[in-house]
Design a protein around this ligand. Structure first.
Ligand SMILES: Cc1ncc(COP(=O)(O)O)c(C=O)c1O
Length: 386
């Protein structure tokens, strides 16, 4: 570790709990500090350059400092970075998301966590019920209702209003709805949960969840915070399922903090200004985020999405053929780390992935970058690798 990195770490330990802001990016003893990013590369404060397959936890579909996005961002900031008024930019992004997902109405916020929190509030307000059903092992951010209810800091009351069922277990799911169905406001599902191994959900199970929610008058919330990048309409569209509420985040901000909830006008009616739910957010629908997010999504049209998915499928096939477990679909991959040092070994060899092995490709990567990433993974995680 260089003198500079050591000094930064010491200052961080004095100023931040555990020396860090995001528990999710922590790798012991301390993660490297990023200095800058260009295209698909990140350079840390020690001058070490890595291929970025983390992409700020899947949010950067075009890598770093994409020239067009930089231009849009500078132009947006130059016209004023935030207003106590709505701006046309939120209408533009809502229209784009409506066209892609088929969900007519959108509400914006600043993160995926907030989007899930809003969707849950909306479902409760819409149905007049309290209970949320979600699936074990899925990560939906840090709101009380979606984290382990036994964790310290979570109120006792959460245990009575959230049911956690094993994903894919049809009998357990039907059982939960048989007993609590009339109290269930919503079922929350991620169709390819990263923390549970990034395996696509079973289609028959997804169909069951859709039909049972309808049967019991509960809403179906599909969390597409990570999976929106898989298809213009999100992973739900690949399953042919229309959610009542869709939560999005990450890629919709083009690299800036963003979240959003989509649904039908009827379901989102609670959010109209005189409606049941008052919801603001000083930086919600921030014009810089909305403009750059829209530009990023416009560059990520069906052709670009398909090409990136094909590149991801190619990399996964190469890894699997080389004896490496790589789950996922399209441009999202998940490696399985067997040793705590695996992240560091990849990093030292020149590849940045998420701390749990999640990877997301970006359009900034060339074929050569992806091939090199594949070789680094095989050298590191393959038999005899280190
Ligand atoms: C599926 C899913 N939902 C919600 C979230 C929370 O999003 P954020 O980190 O923007 O709060 C995440 C974050 O990784 C996620 O993967």
């Amino acid at each position: 570790m260089s003198e500079r990195a050591r000094h930064l770490r010491e200052r961080a330990l004095r100023a931040l709990p555990g020396g860090i802001t995001r528990s999710t990016v922590f790798v012991p003893p301390h993660p490297p500090y990023a200095a800058r990013g260009v295209g698909c590369k990140v350079i840390d404060v020690e001058g070490h350059e890595v291929i970025d397959a983390n992409n700020n936890y899947t949010s950067l579909i075009h890598g770093h400092a994409h020239p067009e996005l930089v231009r849009v961002a500078i132009e947006a900031v130059s016209s004023g970075s935030a207003f106590g008024l709505p701006t046309p930019a939120e209408v533009d992004l809502a229209e784009l998301l409506s066209a892609r997902t088929g969900l007519a109405h959108w509400r914006f916020c600043n993160s995926g966590t907030e989007a899930v929190m809003m969707a849950i509030r909306c479902a409760r307000a819409h149905t007049g019920r309290d209970v949320i059903v979600r699936f074990a092992g899925s990560y939906h951010g840090t709101y009380d209702d979606v984290v382990d209810s036994a964790a310290r800091g979570i109120p006792e009351s959460v245990r009575n209003s959230v049911l956690v069922v094993p994903q894919g277990d049809a009998e357990a799911f039907k059982d939960a709805l048989r007993t609590r169905g009339p109290d269930v406001a919503a079922v929350l599902i991620d169709l390819m949960p990263n923390r549970a191994g990034l395996k696509p959900a079973d289609a028959a199970f997804v169909e069951l969840v859709r039909s049972q929610t309808r049967h019991y008058g509960a809403l179906l919330i599909v969390d597409e915070v990570i999976t929106l990048r898989i298809a213009p309409g999100g992973l739900a569209s690949v399953y042919g399922v229309t959610p009542d509420l869709m939560t999005v985040g990450k890629i919709i901000g083009g690299g800036f903090a963003a979240g959003g909830v989509g649904g039908s006008p009827e379901v989102l009616r609670s959010f109209v200004p005189q409606g049941a739910v008052s919801w603001g957010g000083t930086f919600s629908a921030n014009p810089v985020t909305m403009k750059v997010g829209r530009a990023a999504l416009e560059l990520f049209d069906r052709g670009a999405i398909d090409a990136l998915n094909a590149a991801g499928d190619g990399l996964r096939a190469f890894l699997n053929a080389s004896g490496i477990v790589a789950n996922g679909k399209g441009s999202l991959l998940r490696l399985i780390f067997e040793r705590p040092e695996d992240w560091w070994h990849l990093y030292h060899r020149g590849l940045l992935v998420c701390t749990n092995g999640l990877m997301a490709l970006s359009t900034a990567m060339t074929r050569a970058d992806i091939d090199r990433a594949g070789r680094i993974i095989v050298e590191t995680l393959g038999k005899g690798g280190s």
